[in-house]
Write a protein that binds this ligand. Structure first.
Ligand SMILES: Cc1ncc(COP(=O)(O)O)c(C=O)c1O
Length: 356
């Protein structure tokens, strides 16, 4: 860090992405990517003809992509905003709705970037502890009078909040924006898209990174009232109007339209998740009920950190989050059948060694 950096930014604790070590090939179950390649229609769209148009700037309004997303949800393009990954959409939302005068309320255990954005935009967030069983204390999120940001299903806990409870929070904050991050909703949560018709303060954030196999393409979107979409476009156009490149736009359109491929990937991941959760429980793990593409799991007789380390020594990467209430747990992405079987083999060895 240079001496020139603003003191406020020197004090910032940036988001720490899941590690991507280069020392050897790992079974990578630490960043909640899809084990499946993008749709064959995506692969076909990234062709030499389309690549040859990279000399031209992309459409800053991303009209065709927004129409493709809108038609999937029975909405209009005016209800859709797109960004470079949902991280960018979240960043623009915090920039639009929270600062030192208008704060933000977030859960203590949730997607780590919410705290980082809050710090970046000089927000002192109200941080609400989850219940002991990692569920959300809904009543503590009512009447906030400032931005409320929640992931549903939550990460890293994998637990979903029922739609009626989400509605209580949206209805309970009529004077502020309620951001529901539905990054994982396709794997078993209840989407709050039906609430959009009734609540103009609702902002839903989604991603192509998980259920649509495009983490490397960097594409996320928001579904909201035309007024909120307008707000986000104002911020985007004041910051980086071309944040979605031509190829990612084409990839997103095809990934959204290929419903069969999407459905088969989601079904495959959910089936594998149930199998792996059952296998881990048989070994004595505590596994939270997951509505996501990952498992929040505590090994028997050992904390999360030593289990994470021993797995890494055996070439399997999972995510350990260094927070006191999560000490016993790791977050395990649901990978392919061979990846999950490598996890199980390594886990059995580790538990055996611990008992010896
Ligand atoms: C809850 C949640 N929201 C948003 C994101 C960001 O996803 P992306 O920027 O790849 O769209 C993640 C990534 O893991 C996440 O877990």
């Amino acid at each position: 860090m240079s001496d020139y950096l603003l003191p406020r930014l020197q004090a910032l604790a940036p988001y720490v992405p899941g590690e991507q070590p280069q020392d050897k090939r790992y079974v990578k179950l630490n960043t909640n990517e899809s084990p499946f390649a993008p749709s064959p229609r995506v692969l076909a769209a990234i062709n030499p003809e389309n690549v040859s148009h990279l000399n031209l700037y992309p459409d800053p309004l991303c009209r065709t992509l927004r129409e493709a997303i809108a038609s999937e949800y029975g909405l209009a393009a005016e209800n859709v905003f797109v960004g470079n990954g949902s991280d960018e959409v979240l960043g623009f939302a915090f920039m639009a709705y929270a600062d030192e005068t208008c704060g933000a309320t977030i859960p203590d255990v949730s997607y780590g970037f919410y705290r980082v954005y809050a710090q970046l935009y000089r927000v002192s967030p109200v941080i609400v502890p989850l219940n002991e069983d990692f569920t959300l204390p809904v009543e503590k999120f009512l009447g906030q009078g400032q931005l409320v940001a929640i992931a549903n299903p939550n990460a890293p806990t994998s637990i979903a909040l029922p739609l009626a409870q989400v509605e209580r929070i949206v209805a309970g904050n009529p004077n502020s924006v309620v951001l529901i991050d539905e990054a994982y909703v396709d794997f078993g949560g209840e989407t709050c898209v039906p609430l959009l018709a009734r609540y103009k303060n609702l902002l839903i954030v989604r991603t192509f990174s998980k259920s649509r196999s495009l983490a490397g393409g960097r594409l996320g979107y928001a579904l909201a009232s035309p007024e909120i979409v307008d707000d986000l476009n104002r911020v985007k156009s004041s910051f980086h109007p071309y944040s979605i490149n031509n190829l990612t736009m084409l990839a997103g359109i095809e990934a959204m339209r290929d419903r069969d491929y999407f459905a088969s990937c989601v079904a495959g991941i959910c089936a594998q998740r149930e199998q792996s959760a059952a296998d881990l429980r048989k070994l004595g793990f505590t596994v939270a009920p997951s509505a996501t593409n990952f498992l929040f799991a505590a090994p028997p007789g050992m904390d999360g950190q030593p289990y994470y380390r021993k797995l890494k020594e055996r070439g399997v990467l999972v995510r350990y989050l260094d927070q006191p209430t999560l000490r016993r747990y790791v977050r395990i992405t649901v990978g392919s059948a061979p990846q999950m079987s490598a996890l199980m083999t390594a886990t059995q060895q580790i538990l055996k060694e611990a008992q010896a």
